[in-house]
Design a protein around this ligand. Sequence first.
Ligand code: PMP
Ligand code: GLN
Length: 385
Amino acid sequence: MKQPNAVLSAIGTTVFTVMSALAQRHDAINLGQGFPDTEGPADLLAAASAALMDGRNQYPPLTGVAELRDAVAAANARFYGLAIDPAREVVVTSGATEALAASLMALIDPGDEVVLFEPLYDTYLPTLRLLGAVPRLVRLTPPDWRLPRDQLAAAFGPRTKAILLNTPMNPTGKVFTAEELASIAALLRQHDAYAVCDEVYEHLVFDGRAHIPLMTLPGMRERSLRIGSAGKTFALTGWKVGYVTAPAPLAAVVAKAHQNLTFTTPPNLQRAVAVGLAKDDGYFAGLARDLAARRDRLAAGLRRVGFGVLDTHGSYFLTADFAPLGIAGDDAAFCRTMTEAARVTAIPLSAFYAGAAPDHYVRFAFCKRPEVLDAAVARLAAWLG
Ligand code: PMP
Ligand code: GLN
Protein backbone atom coordinates (compact mmCIF):
# COMPACT_ATOMS: atom_id res chain seq x y z
CA MET A 1 0.00 0.00 0.00
CA LYS A 2 1.07 3.59 -0.52
CA GLN A 3 2.26 5.34 2.62
CA PRO A 4 0.18 7.99 4.38
CA ASN A 5 1.61 11.49 4.83
CA ALA A 6 5.33 11.31 5.58
CA VAL A 7 5.54 14.27 7.98
CA LEU A 8 2.69 13.11 10.21
CA SER A 9 3.70 9.46 10.06
CA ALA A 10 7.17 10.38 11.33
CA ILE A 11 6.08 12.26 14.46
CA GLY A 12 4.92 10.71 17.72
CA THR A 13 1.98 11.64 19.94
CA THR A 14 2.66 15.01 21.56
CA VAL A 15 4.83 14.86 24.68
CA PHE A 16 2.10 16.68 26.64
CA THR A 17 -0.40 13.89 26.04
CA VAL A 18 2.20 11.19 26.67
CA MET A 19 3.32 12.69 29.98
CA SER A 20 -0.24 13.41 31.15
CA ALA A 21 -1.14 9.77 30.51
CA LEU A 22 1.93 8.64 32.44
CA ALA A 23 1.01 10.98 35.31
CA GLN A 24 -2.47 9.52 35.43
CA ARG A 25 -1.20 5.96 35.40
CA HIS A 26 1.00 6.64 38.44
CA ASP A 27 -1.41 8.97 40.22
CA ALA A 28 1.26 11.66 39.97
CA ILE A 29 0.89 15.41 40.44
CA ASN A 30 0.94 16.63 36.87
CA LEU A 31 3.25 19.62 36.50
CA GLY A 32 3.87 18.61 32.89
CA GLN A 33 1.16 19.70 30.44
CA GLY A 34 0.36 23.39 30.95
CA PHE A 35 -3.19 23.76 32.23
CA PRO A 36 -4.57 25.36 35.39
CA ASP A 37 -6.21 23.08 37.95
CA THR A 38 -9.04 25.49 38.72
CA GLU A 39 -11.87 26.82 36.56
CA GLY A 40 -11.61 30.15 34.77
CA PRO A 41 -13.58 33.24 35.88
CA ALA A 42 -17.17 32.53 36.94
CA ASP A 43 -18.55 35.41 34.85
CA LEU A 44 -17.12 33.85 31.68
CA LEU A 45 -18.61 30.47 32.54
CA ALA A 46 -21.98 32.13 33.17
CA ALA A 47 -21.75 34.10 29.94
CA ALA A 48 -20.94 30.95 27.95
CA SER A 49 -23.85 29.05 29.53
CA ALA A 50 -26.29 31.90 28.94
CA ALA A 51 -25.11 32.25 25.36
CA LEU A 52 -26.09 28.66 24.65
CA MET A 53 -29.72 29.43 25.47
CA ASP A 54 -30.59 32.47 23.42
CA GLY A 55 -30.90 31.06 19.94
CA ARG A 56 -27.53 31.74 18.34
CA ASN A 57 -26.22 28.22 17.91
CA GLN A 58 -25.93 28.01 14.14
CA TYR A 59 -22.76 28.85 12.18
CA PRO A 60 -21.38 32.17 13.37
CA PRO A 61 -19.66 34.51 10.88
CA LEU A 62 -16.51 33.07 9.29
CA THR A 63 -14.06 35.48 10.94
CA GLY A 64 -15.79 35.43 14.34
CA VAL A 65 -18.81 36.97 16.07
CA ALA A 66 -18.83 40.77 15.99
CA GLU A 67 -18.72 40.97 19.81
CA LEU A 68 -15.41 39.11 19.96
CA ARG A 69 -13.80 40.85 16.98
CA ASP A 70 -14.72 44.18 18.59
CA ALA A 71 -13.30 43.00 21.92
CA VAL A 72 -10.03 41.84 20.34
CA ALA A 73 -9.63 45.21 18.60
CA ALA A 74 -10.41 47.05 21.84
CA ALA A 75 -7.89 44.94 23.79
CA ASN A 76 -5.22 45.74 21.17
CA ALA A 77 -5.94 49.44 21.70
CA ARG A 78 -6.12 49.24 25.51
CA PHE A 79 -3.00 47.18 26.13
CA TYR A 80 -0.73 48.12 23.23
CA GLY A 81 -2.10 51.28 21.60
CA LEU A 82 -2.75 49.42 18.34
CA ALA A 83 -5.56 50.72 16.12
CA ILE A 84 -7.21 47.61 14.66
CA ASP A 85 -10.24 47.43 12.37
CA PRO A 86 -12.43 44.72 13.94
CA ALA A 87 -14.23 44.06 10.66
CA ARG A 88 -11.14 43.45 8.53
CA GLU A 89 -8.16 42.82 10.80
CA VAL A 90 -9.29 40.12 13.28
CA VAL A 91 -9.86 36.43 12.62
CA VAL A 92 -11.18 34.22 15.44
CA THR A 93 -9.94 30.64 15.35
CA SER A 94 -10.33 27.41 17.29
CA GLY A 95 -7.42 28.03 19.62
CA ALA A 96 -4.00 29.49 18.99
CA THR A 97 -3.04 26.14 17.50
CA GLU A 98 -5.37 26.78 14.59
CA ALA A 99 -4.34 30.43 14.50
CA LEU A 100 -0.71 29.38 14.05
CA ALA A 101 -1.51 26.87 11.33
CA ALA A 102 -3.79 29.33 9.53
CA SER A 103 -1.26 32.16 9.75
CA LEU A 104 1.53 29.98 8.39
CA MET A 105 -0.75 28.62 5.65
CA ALA A 106 -1.54 32.22 4.73
CA LEU A 107 2.13 33.07 4.23
CA ILE A 108 4.03 30.01 3.10
CA ASP A 109 4.65 28.60 -0.34
CA PRO A 110 6.73 25.42 -0.62
CA GLY A 111 10.43 26.21 -0.37
CA ASP A 112 10.00 29.38 1.68
CA GLU A 113 12.32 29.65 4.64
CA VAL A 114 11.02 30.40 8.13
CA VAL A 115 13.31 31.48 10.97
CA LEU A 116 12.43 30.23 14.45
CA PHE A 117 13.97 29.88 17.86
CA GLU A 118 14.85 26.64 19.59
CA PRO A 119 13.68 25.39 22.09
CA LEU A 120 10.27 25.60 20.44
CA TYR A 121 6.64 24.65 20.89
CA ASP A 122 5.88 21.24 19.46
CA THR A 123 3.43 22.13 16.68
CA TYR A 124 5.73 24.58 14.92
CA LEU A 125 7.99 22.26 12.96
CA PRO A 126 5.39 19.71 11.84
CA THR A 127 3.13 22.53 10.65
CA LEU A 128 5.97 24.15 8.71
CA ARG A 129 7.04 20.84 7.19
CA LEU A 130 3.47 20.03 6.10
CA LEU A 131 3.49 23.32 4.22
CA GLY A 132 6.83 22.55 2.56
CA ALA A 133 8.63 25.35 4.41
CA VAL A 134 12.33 25.12 5.21
CA PRO A 135 12.91 25.82 8.94
CA ARG A 136 15.98 27.86 9.90
CA LEU A 137 16.53 27.22 13.60
CA VAL A 138 18.35 29.65 15.85
CA ARG A 139 19.21 28.21 19.22
CA LEU A 140 18.85 30.10 22.49
CA THR A 141 21.02 28.80 25.30
CA PRO A 142 20.42 28.54 29.02
CA PRO A 143 20.60 29.93 31.58
CA ASP A 144 19.50 33.31 30.20
CA TRP A 145 18.28 32.40 26.67
CA ARG A 146 19.71 35.66 25.28
CA LEU A 147 19.19 36.43 21.59
CA PRO A 148 22.32 35.46 19.59
CA ARG A 149 22.19 38.39 17.19
CA ASP A 150 24.88 37.17 14.76
CA GLN A 151 23.35 33.73 14.44
CA LEU A 152 19.94 35.27 13.95
CA ALA A 153 21.21 37.55 11.18
CA ALA A 154 22.92 34.56 9.53
CA ALA A 155 19.62 32.64 9.49
CA PHE A 156 17.99 35.29 7.29
CA GLY A 157 18.48 35.27 3.53
CA PRO A 158 16.75 35.99 0.22
CA ARG A 159 14.33 33.06 0.68
CA THR A 160 13.23 34.07 4.20
CA LYS A 161 9.46 34.48 4.18
CA ALA A 162 8.84 34.88 7.90
CA ILE A 163 9.99 34.54 11.45
CA LEU A 164 7.91 32.60 13.98
CA LEU A 165 8.37 34.35 17.31
CA ASN A 166 6.99 33.18 20.65
CA THR A 167 7.13 35.76 23.44
CA PRO A 168 6.59 35.19 26.35
CA MET A 169 8.24 31.95 25.35
CA ASN A 170 7.29 28.37 26.05
CA PRO A 171 9.20 26.48 27.53
CA THR A 172 11.86 28.99 28.65
CA GLY A 173 9.69 31.72 30.20
CA LYS A 174 11.80 34.23 28.28
CA VAL A 175 10.19 37.60 27.62
CA PHE A 176 11.91 39.21 24.63
CA THR A 177 13.27 42.67 25.45
CA ALA A 178 12.66 45.87 23.50
CA GLU A 179 16.26 45.72 22.20
CA GLU A 180 15.93 42.12 21.06
CA LEU A 181 12.65 42.88 19.32
CA ALA A 182 14.21 45.91 17.64
CA SER A 183 16.97 43.78 16.15
CA ILE A 184 14.42 41.23 14.93
CA ALA A 185 12.37 44.04 13.38
CA ALA A 186 15.45 45.42 11.61
CA LEU A 187 16.07 42.02 9.99
CA LEU A 188 12.43 41.72 8.94
CA ARG A 189 12.55 45.14 7.29
CA GLN A 190 15.89 44.39 5.64
CA HIS A 191 14.68 41.07 4.22
CA ASP A 192 11.08 42.11 3.59
CA ALA A 193 9.81 39.23 5.73
CA TYR A 194 6.70 38.65 7.84
CA ALA A 195 6.36 37.80 11.53
CA VAL A 196 4.00 35.23 12.98
CA CYS A 197 3.88 36.20 16.65
CA ASP A 198 2.69 33.56 19.09
CA GLU A 199 1.71 35.74 22.04
CA VAL A 200 -0.58 33.33 23.87
CA TYR A 201 1.13 34.21 27.19
CA GLU A 202 0.84 37.98 26.57
CA HIS A 203 -0.85 38.60 29.93
CA LEU A 204 1.33 36.20 31.95
CA VAL A 205 4.38 38.42 32.44
CA PHE A 206 6.05 39.00 35.81
CA ASP A 207 8.57 41.11 37.70
CA GLY A 208 7.40 44.44 36.32
CA ARG A 209 8.39 43.44 32.79
CA ALA A 210 6.15 44.36 29.91
CA HIS A 211 5.02 42.23 27.02
CA ILE A 212 5.83 44.11 23.83
CA PRO A 213 4.11 42.89 20.68
CA LEU A 214 6.53 42.99 17.75
CA MET A 215 3.61 44.51 15.85
CA THR A 216 4.06 47.78 17.79
CA LEU A 217 7.59 48.37 16.43
CA PRO A 218 8.29 50.66 13.46
CA GLY A 219 7.47 48.99 10.14
CA MET A 220 5.97 45.90 11.83
CA ARG A 221 2.27 46.78 11.77
CA GLU A 222 1.95 45.79 8.10
CA ARG A 223 4.00 42.60 8.36
CA SER A 224 2.96 41.00 11.68
CA LEU A 225 0.28 38.47 12.53
CA ARG A 226 -0.32 38.55 16.28
CA ILE A 227 -1.88 35.50 17.92
CA GLY A 228 -3.68 35.36 21.27
CA SER A 229 -5.48 32.60 23.16
CA ALA A 230 -8.43 32.78 25.52
CA GLY A 231 -7.21 29.48 26.96
CA LYS A 232 -4.22 31.19 28.56
CA THR A 233 -5.68 34.63 29.22
CA PHE A 234 -8.71 33.23 31.04
CA ALA A 235 -7.34 29.93 32.37
CA LEU A 236 -9.80 27.99 30.21
CA THR A 237 -7.48 25.88 28.07
CA GLY A 238 -10.25 23.52 26.95
CA TRP A 239 -12.22 26.26 25.25
CA LYS A 240 -9.86 26.57 22.30
CA VAL A 241 -10.69 30.10 21.26
CA GLY A 242 -7.83 31.95 19.59
CA TYR A 243 -7.55 35.18 17.65
CA VAL A 244 -5.28 36.55 14.95
CA THR A 245 -4.74 40.29 14.59
CA ALA A 246 -3.22 41.14 11.22
CA PRO A 247 -3.23 43.89 8.59
CA ALA A 248 -6.35 43.58 6.42
CA PRO A 249 -4.65 42.10 3.31
CA LEU A 250 -3.06 39.34 5.43
CA ALA A 251 -6.13 38.78 7.62
CA ALA A 252 -8.12 38.11 4.45
CA VAL A 253 -5.76 35.25 3.55
CA VAL A 254 -5.76 33.93 7.13
CA ALA A 255 -9.57 33.85 6.87
CA LYS A 256 -9.25 31.65 3.77
CA ALA A 257 -7.04 29.22 5.68
CA HIS A 258 -9.54 29.26 8.57
CA GLN A 259 -12.45 28.57 6.19
CA ASN A 260 -10.63 25.46 5.03
CA LEU A 261 -9.56 24.25 8.47
CA THR A 262 -12.54 24.71 10.77
CA PHE A 263 -14.58 27.50 9.13
CA THR A 264 -15.95 28.72 12.50
CA THR A 265 -15.52 28.43 16.26
CA PRO A 266 -18.35 27.74 18.79
CA PRO A 267 -20.36 30.99 19.11
CA ASN A 268 -21.18 30.80 22.82
CA LEU A 269 -17.51 30.48 23.72
CA GLN A 270 -16.65 33.40 21.45
CA ARG A 271 -19.27 35.58 23.13
CA ALA A 272 -18.01 34.66 26.61
CA VAL A 273 -14.41 35.45 25.61
CA ALA A 274 -15.63 38.88 24.48
CA VAL A 275 -16.90 39.39 28.05
CA GLY A 276 -13.49 38.32 29.33
CA LEU A 277 -11.48 40.69 27.16
CA ALA A 278 -13.60 43.56 28.46
CA LYS A 279 -12.70 42.80 32.09
CA ASP A 280 -11.02 45.63 33.97
CA ASP A 281 -7.25 46.02 34.21
CA GLY A 282 -7.35 44.54 37.71
CA TYR A 283 -8.21 41.11 36.32
CA PHE A 284 -5.18 41.02 34.03
CA ALA A 285 -2.81 42.39 36.68
CA GLY A 286 -4.19 39.93 39.24
CA LEU A 287 -3.69 36.99 36.89
CA ALA A 288 0.01 37.81 36.47
CA ARG A 289 0.51 38.59 40.16
CA ASP A 290 -1.08 35.33 41.19
CA LEU A 291 1.00 33.29 38.76
CA ALA A 292 4.22 35.03 39.77
CA ALA A 293 3.55 34.02 43.38
CA ARG A 294 3.05 30.41 42.25
CA ARG A 295 6.26 30.55 40.25
CA ASP A 296 8.12 31.78 43.34
CA ARG A 297 6.56 29.12 45.51
CA LEU A 298 7.51 26.27 43.20
CA ALA A 299 10.96 27.69 42.42
CA ALA A 300 11.79 28.01 46.14
CA GLY A 301 10.58 24.47 46.80
CA LEU A 302 12.57 23.01 43.92
CA ARG A 303 15.70 24.83 45.07
CA ARG A 304 15.16 23.52 48.60
CA VAL A 305 15.19 19.92 47.38
CA GLY A 306 18.31 20.47 45.27
CA PHE A 307 17.30 21.48 41.73
CA GLY A 308 18.93 24.38 39.94
CA VAL A 309 16.10 26.72 38.88
CA LEU A 310 16.44 29.06 35.91
CA ASP A 311 14.83 32.50 35.88
CA THR A 312 11.48 32.71 34.17
CA HIS A 313 9.68 36.00 33.54
CA GLY A 314 6.51 34.89 31.80
CA SER A 315 4.26 31.95 30.79
CA TYR A 316 3.11 28.99 32.90
CA PHE A 317 6.56 27.39 33.03
CA LEU A 318 9.94 27.26 34.69
CA THR A 319 13.00 25.28 33.70
CA ALA A 320 14.85 23.27 36.35
CA ASP A 321 18.29 21.70 36.15
CA PHE A 322 18.45 18.26 37.74
CA ALA A 323 22.22 17.82 37.27
CA PRO A 324 22.90 18.99 40.88
CA LEU A 325 20.81 16.04 42.12
CA GLY A 326 23.41 13.62 40.74
CA ILE A 327 20.85 11.27 39.20
CA ALA A 328 22.16 9.44 36.14
CA GLY A 329 20.32 9.36 32.82
CA ASP A 330 18.86 11.91 30.42
CA ASP A 331 15.90 14.25 30.90
CA ALA A 332 13.34 11.84 29.44
CA ALA A 333 14.50 9.07 31.79
CA PHE A 334 14.48 11.52 34.69
CA CYS A 335 10.88 12.57 33.99
CA ARG A 336 9.77 8.94 33.79
CA THR A 337 11.54 8.02 37.01
CA MET A 338 10.28 11.12 38.82
CA THR A 339 6.71 10.25 37.77
CA GLU A 340 7.01 6.64 38.90
CA ALA A 341 9.07 7.07 42.07
CA ALA A 342 8.17 10.55 43.34
CA ARG A 343 4.76 10.76 41.63
CA VAL A 344 5.47 14.20 40.21
CA THR A 345 5.48 14.79 36.45
CA ALA A 346 7.38 17.33 34.36
CA ILE A 347 8.29 17.61 30.67
CA PRO A 348 11.83 16.84 29.45
CA LEU A 349 13.20 20.00 27.83
CA SER A 350 14.70 17.98 24.96
CA ALA A 351 11.12 17.55 23.67
CA PHE A 352 11.33 21.20 22.57
CA TYR A 353 14.38 20.66 20.36
CA ALA A 354 14.60 19.34 16.81
CA GLY A 355 18.13 18.06 17.09
CA ALA A 356 20.70 17.34 19.77
CA ALA A 357 19.49 19.01 22.93
CA PRO A 358 20.67 19.68 26.45
CA ASP A 359 19.68 16.61 28.48
CA HIS A 360 19.59 17.76 32.10
CA TYR A 361 16.70 20.23 32.14
CA VAL A 362 12.99 19.69 32.76
CA ARG A 363 10.00 22.01 32.46
CA PHE A 364 7.61 22.37 35.39
CA ALA A 365 4.20 24.04 35.03
CA PHE A 366 3.37 26.25 38.03
CA CYS A 367 -0.21 27.15 36.99
CA LYS A 368 -1.58 24.99 39.83
CA ARG A 369 -3.10 25.64 43.26
CA PRO A 370 -0.49 26.55 45.89
CA GLU A 371 -1.31 23.47 47.96
CA VAL A 372 -0.72 21.28 44.91
CA LEU A 373 2.68 22.90 44.30
CA ASP A 374 3.52 22.33 47.98
CA ALA A 375 2.43 18.70 47.79
CA ALA A 376 4.63 18.19 44.71
CA VAL A 377 7.64 19.63 46.53
CA ALA A 378 6.90 17.44 49.58
CA ARG A 379 6.83 14.35 47.36
CA LEU A 380 10.11 15.36 45.74
CA ALA A 381 11.69 15.97 49.14
CA ALA A 382 10.61 12.52 50.30
CA TRP A 383 11.94 10.92 47.12
CA LEU A 384 15.29 12.70 47.20
CA GLY A 385 15.64 11.94 50.90
N1 PMP B 1 1.51 28.34 21.46
C1 PMP B 1 2.13 28.10 22.61
C2 PMP B 1 3.50 28.63 22.82
C3 PMP B 1 1.52 27.34 23.60
O1 PMP B 1 2.17 27.07 24.73
C4 PMP B 1 0.22 26.87 23.37
C5 PMP B 1 -0.36 26.08 24.48
N2 PMP B 1 -1.20 25.38 24.50
C6 PMP B 1 -0.41 27.14 22.15
C7 PMP B 1 0.27 27.89 21.22
C8 PMP B 1 -1.76 26.64 21.80
O2 PMP B 1 -2.79 27.39 22.35
P1 PMP B 1 -4.32 26.94 22.23
O3 PMP B 1 -4.58 26.00 23.34
O4 PMP B 1 -5.10 28.20 22.31
O5 PMP B 1 -4.48 26.27 20.90
N1 GLN C 1 0.67 24.40 25.59
C1 GLN C 1 0.60 23.38 26.57
C2 GLN C 1 1.99 23.12 27.11
O1 GLN C 1 2.98 23.60 26.60
C3 GLN C 1 0.06 22.07 26.09
C4 GLN C 1 -0.90 22.07 24.98
C5 GLN C 1 -1.12 20.67 24.51
O2 GLN C 1 -1.17 19.75 25.30
N2 GLN C 1 -1.23 20.51 23.24
O3 GLN C 1 2.09 22.41 28.08
